[in-house]
Design a protein around this ligand. Structure first.
Ligand code: HXC
Length: 257
């Protein structure tokens, strides 16, 4: 794309997106969000891409939040429009019909933490720091932090993070379920890649339907969620991949999806 605030690399079936504004710790300005929005559309339409890794350029930061300098003089209406746009990009990322892994290589603050939470899986480098520091600026989170954080870690812990603005370590993020794994920074991309490769080996249909079942189901009560699961289960029997999966089990070999 034109400005290259978001680098888009392909490694076989894996797409690697890199937020690339290292001088501003990869803070999200309007152009970066617009590029991300367009790249997500391209990825959604590309059948050859099976899994997506998102990370930040440099060793210091994943994304240090929305661009504070850009927001400084915003009116109420501009602030609302910014929140709605950023939310729509995060929701597009969350609903991408392919699994996404955030490889959190440093600061994931404000909008950065919110982008990571819109991914399916989060892997943190040991030095990564998470937080929703908006209160320190006198504003609230606006890219989903007040909504996705409590859904991930529970409302008590979420409120502590949102009210204090404290940064939390990767280890604490792990202990509250905000991240799935903490790894040495040298290992971050290989660890994420290797998980992406294991996902790519599974049935594309089954992985896609599993993602849809979790995403939709977490917005429903349990009874409806279970009905939705049964529908996704049934749907998986309408796709040829399950024939290969079952046959491979009977023949004691690995399936070729
Ligand atoms: C704009 C930013 C930025 C940001 C860092 N920079 N974060 N610019 N917006 N969010 C810039 C700095 O201004 C500086 O530019 C350069 O990046 C390096 O940052 P330093 O502060 O010098 O680095 P350091 O001292 O190591 O501190 C790192 C840091 C700090 C702790 C991450 O930069 C920081 O607190 N950043 C802001 C974090 C934050 O509040 N995020 C939430 C934003 S609100 P110069 O030109 O001086 O070199 C948000 C709301 C989302 O995300 C919802 C909107 C609707």
């Amino acid at each position: 794309s034109e400005n290259n605030y978001v680098l888009f690399d392909r490694e076989g079936q894996i797409a690697i997106l890199t937020f690339n504004r290292p001088k501003a710790l990869n803070a999200l300005n309007r152009e970066l969000l617009q590029e991300l929005d367009q790249i997500l559309d391209q990825i959604a339409q590309n059948d050859e891409i099976r899994c997506v890794i998102v990370t930040g350029a440099g060793e210091k930061s994943f994304v240090a939040g929305a661009d504070i300098k850009e927001m400084q003089a915003y009116s109420v209406m501009e602030a609302r429009a910014l929140a709605l746009f950023g939310q729509s990009v995060c929701t597009k990322l969350e609903r991408l019909p392919k699994p996404t892994i955030a490889a959190v290589n440093g600061f994931a603050l404000g909008g950065g933490c919110e982008l990571a939470m819109a991914c399916d899986i989060r892997i943190a480098a040991a030095h990564a720091k998470f937080g929703q520091p908006e209160v320190k600026l006198g504003i609230t989170a606006g890219y989903g932090g007040t909504q996705r954080l409590p859904r991930l870690v529970g409302s008590g812990i979420a409120k502590e993070i949102l009210f204090t603005g404290d940064m939390i370590s990767a280890e604490r993020a792990l202990s509250i379920g905000l991240v799935n794994h903490v790894v040495e920074k040298e290992e971050l991309l290989n660890f994420s890649r290797s998980m992406a490769e294991r996902i790519c080996k599974q049935s594309k249909c089954a992985v896609g339907l599993s993602k849809q079942a979790v995403n939709e189901g977490t917005q429903m009560d349990l009874d409806r969620g279970l009905k939705y699961e049964a529908e996704m289960f049934a749907l998986s029997f309408s796709v040829d991949e399950h024939a290969e999966g079952f046959q491979a089990f009977i023949e004691k070999r690995s399936p070729k999806f």
